[in-house]
Design a binder for this molecule. Structure first.
Ligand code: ARG
Length: 269
């Protein structure tokens, strides 16, 4: 059974703009956000998972996006060094929670930006890491050394897909579904060279954050709006659970960003 970390949306809202999806003028509907988040929590809880909750904090509206808390592998936890000061205040709360739950915290040098599981996803034993908009490429080497695993760094090329988990989703059979144009040419080549099977998501569906999915064995929880992808995944034996996520997409996130794996996987060695 997988353990997942979520953060209730009590203080969620659009209070600043740090990615192209966010508009303070437009804002979010907080009651609708609460019910969408509750829908996610229930969908995940009904699958093979145990949900843990970190207490939300006032004035940290993006704390709901726990994928950016850091990266947990085995009993090690590498906290994020957030690029934007607007989110940096989240780090001590996540660290505290992880230490209370038995994780050993290992900080990266504080001059290296790193936004956790949002930019770092394992496919088999390879840790794919995205960089440019949020994480620094230099942080990847440090993460690889700490975890003693092979890291493939890929540059993100489209500001709408500013974290790796917005455009890249590994599946347990070793395949990955992804939106290729979110990566520069070299990144696309690196991914093609290291992933045995790739499922391309068309732009119209990728725009609905359909790669931002939580995969629990054969179950995939993803935002609604990707009928073709859902068909493809169903043909491969996956069961998709499509959820309304409009209020979180307004902040540039959806199902996966709202979830961190505890841990993402066991230690590599
Ligand atoms: N508003 C948040 C930010 O810009 C959204 C984070 C989404 N998280 C993710 N893992 N893609 O930081």
């Amino acid at each position: 059974m997988r353990e997942l970390l979520l953060c209730p949306p009590d203080y969620y809202g659009i209070e600043y703009e740090i990615n192209p999806w966010m508009s303070r003028a437009r804002g979010t509907e907080s009651e609708l956000a609460k019910s969408q988040w509750e829908g996610l929590r229930q969908a995940l809880a009904s699958l093979d998972s145990k949900i843990e909750l970190v207490p939300p904090q006032p004035k940290l509206p993006d704390m709901v996006f726990t994928a950016n808390a850091g990266l947990a592998v085995g009993r090690k936890f590498i906290p994020s060094n957030f690029r934007y000061p607007e989110r940096a205040g989240e780090a001590p709360y996540f660290r505290h929670w992880m230490e209370e739950h038995g994780y050993e915290t290992i900080w990266l040098p504080d001059n290296l930006y790193f936004e956790g599981e949002g930019d770092a996803l394992f496919s088999n034993d390879i840790l794919f890491c995205g960089y440019k908009f949020r994480s620094d490429i230099q942080s990847h080497r440090a993460v690889g050394e700490l975890l003693r695993c092979l890291v493939i760094s890929v540059e993100l090329a489209d500001p709408r897909f500013y974290h790796l988990d917005t455009c890249f989703c590994p599946l347990p059979d070793g395949s990955v579904f992804w939106f290729p144009n979110a990566f520069d040419e070299y990144g696309q080549r690196a991914i093609r060279a290291h992933v045995k099977e790739l499922i391309d998501v068309e732009e119209e569906e990728a725009k609905h954050f359909s790669c931002n999915a939580v995969v629990l064995g054969r179950d995939i929880v993803l935002p609604e709006g990707a009928p073709n992808l859902v068909k493809t995944l169903a043909n491969r034996g996956y069961q998709c659970h499509e959820l309304p996520m409009s209020e979180f997409i307004k902040a540039g996130g959806a199902c996966k960003c709202l979830t961190m794996f505890l841990p993402q996987r066991e230690a590599v060695e």
